[in-house]
Design a binder for this molecule. Structure first.
Ligand SMILES: Nc1ncnc2c1ncn2[C@@H]1O[C@H](COP(=O)(O)OP(=O)(O)OP(=O)(O)O)[C@@H](O)[C@H]1O
Ligand SMILES: [Mg+2]
Length: 485
């Protein structure tokens, strides 16, 4: 089974904490997603499609074997990155279970990006070929959903521009789906059976970007021990997605402009001019017209790239797509073997009033977070992280108020009453029953917190029978870990 982050998860097995950090940050820098057991190792290890395992200092062989076991069948053939000084390096491949033909790359320390990147690329080459053959790239799994007028316009533009080879410039705030659109254009074009290659121009240091894009010849610079293809060559016949183009340095912009105009380039350190047939889709969250005015972006390059500009709407302008987006993200979770999650009417109302600075990506992350906390449950407004709750949650019951209640006196002001009195009916109305349940759950939780989970005391604080509270706890599934004397 493929998962949404196919090809980027790397398991890091390294007993040396400092070295583990170095390896993880290098992998992250190169666009991979490192996981280390005991820190962020996901519980669903066996269900992920790992792209490689890094093996460094292995102190305890049993522990090592246990970590490999969590990967299930995959452990037998996954590519290995092995620290050249790892105790296992000398015994490879006999020391490890599984296929003798699996790819193994030795990594030397001090760690350098180039050899690490080359090793990972060699691993990726066969799977990339397979992916393009079956056309099962992430976009085949990720549907661009949304029936709003705003998304309808985006879809129409994708269909219109896809069949032509025109350059496309995708604009929009962070997390609005720019990369998804680039993939959708590729998938709907004649080039769909050829590679879709993405590069984040903002994440790669300026001095490395040229060789990343155009490749280099052996000996072109220190560390260039062999010649290598760049992304233009890798994308031949297909599409090259230049993400965060607004972050590209001015000298690189000049070099890119030449390729766009003449369709030729040379590798770094090479003198052979090569032709290329690559469709360019660029994206940025920056305002390029402003960047041009400020002298940070070349106007001639802008006009070359923006033959067909496509503006992604921010989520706050197509909130009506939220239920469908949540449905899509649930589907993705299910494909990864995780549980989905539902949102109550009150939770949906609260989400509609959030401003979504992180847009669709933020929503996607929230759905995943809620699905982990409340697998297969209905999430209420009061279960949402505070910033999504909309109406500020009632203040906590203070010690003095609690004491007053326990002694049978009335506290001066009950904070919840104040918020009830000012509750505002949202424009689109609300599900009153659901809303009242939310308030009830919120107050019960606060009462339990304030009384250290002692149900009898919480019942007193809420002025209800202990048995009634116990019933409500059962109804709302709140009874775990409580002291019910
Ligand atoms: N209309 C949509 N339908 C389904 N998923 C979407 C949609 N728009 C965005 N997404 C999802 O939201 C996440 C962010 O999308 P994407 O990476 O394409 O955004 P981006 O604009 O490139 O973000 P950034 O600026 O952070 O790079 C991805 O998981 C993507 O699948
Ligand atoms: Mg992006």
């Amino acid at each position: 089974m493929h998962n949404e982050v196919q090809d980027i998860d790397v398991l890091v097995i390294e007993a040396d904490a400092v070295r583990a950090e170095t390896v993880k940050s290098a992998l992250q820098f190169l666009g991979y997603r490192p996981h280390q057991d005991g820190h962020v190792a996901p519980a669903d290890s066996g269900k992920r499609d790992w792209c490689a395992v890094y093996i460094g200092d292995v102190v305890d062989l049993d522990d090592f074997q246990r970590q490999l076991d969590t990967l299930g069948e995959q452990a037998l053939h996954l590519p290995l990155l092995v620290a050249a000084d790892s105790p296992l390096a000398a015994q490879l491949p006999g020391a490890l279970p599984g296929s003798r033909s699996r790819p193994v790359e030795l990594i030397s320390f001090p760690l350098r990006y180039e050899p690490l990147m080359d090793a990972l690329r060699r691993f990726a080459a066969p799977s990339r070929a397979a992916a393009s053959k079956s056309a099962a790239g992430p976009s085949a799994l990720h549907r661009l959903v949304g029936a709003s007028a705003a998304l309808g316009r985006v879809n129409a533009l994708i269909r219109q521009v896809a069949p032509f080879d025109s350059n496309v410039l995708v604009l929009g705030e962070s997390g609005t789906g720019k990369e998804m659109v680039a993939r959708a254009i590729h998938e709907n074009s004649q080039r769909r059976d050829k590679p879709f290659i993405a590069i984040n121009c903002g994440a790669i240091p300026a001095e490395l970007l040229e060789s990343e894009l155009f490749g280099h010849e052996k000996g072109a610079f220190t560390g260039a021990i062999s010649s290598r293809k760049g992304r233009f060559e890798l994308a031949e016949g297909g599409t090259l997605f230049l993400d965060e183009i607004g972050d590209m340095s001015l000298p690189m912009q000049v070099k890119l402009l030449r390729v766009l105009q003449e369709r030729v380039f040379e590798r770094v350190g090479g003198n052979r001019t090569q032709r290329c047939d690559v469709r360019i889709i660029a994206a940025t969250h920056r305002n390029l017209e402003q960047a041009i005015a400020d002298g940070g972006f070349r106007e001639d390059l802008y006009y070359r790239l923006s033959v067909f500009p496509l503006e992604m709407p921010p989520l706050r302008e197509h909130l009506e797509d939220m239920p469908e987006l949540i449905g899509e993200f649930n589907q993705r979770l299910l494909r990864r073997g995780l549980s989905g999650v539902r949102f109550s009417a009150s939770a949906m109302n609260a989400l509609r009033s959030h401003t979504w600075p992180g847009n669709v990506r933020e929503l996607c992350n929230l759905v995943e977070r809620m699905a982990i906390l409340y697998p297969s449950c209905e999430v209420r407004a009061s279960d949402l992280p505070e910033k999504y709750r909309g109406i500020p949650a009632g203040e906590e019951v203070t010690g003095a108020a609690l004491l007053a209640l326990m002694e049978g006196r009335s506290p001066v002001v009950a904070p919840a009453m104040a918020s009830e009195a000012t509750a505002i009916l949202p424009e689109g109305g609300l599900d009153l029953k659901d809303h009242l349940s939310d308030i009830e759950v919120g107050l019960i939780r606060q009462a339990l917190d304030a009384t250290g989970g002692v149900v009898a005391h919480a019942a007193k604080l809420l002025r209800m029978q202990r048995t009634t509270l116990v019933e409500k706890l059962r109804k709302y599934g709140l009874q775990t870990g409580l002291q019910v004397p």
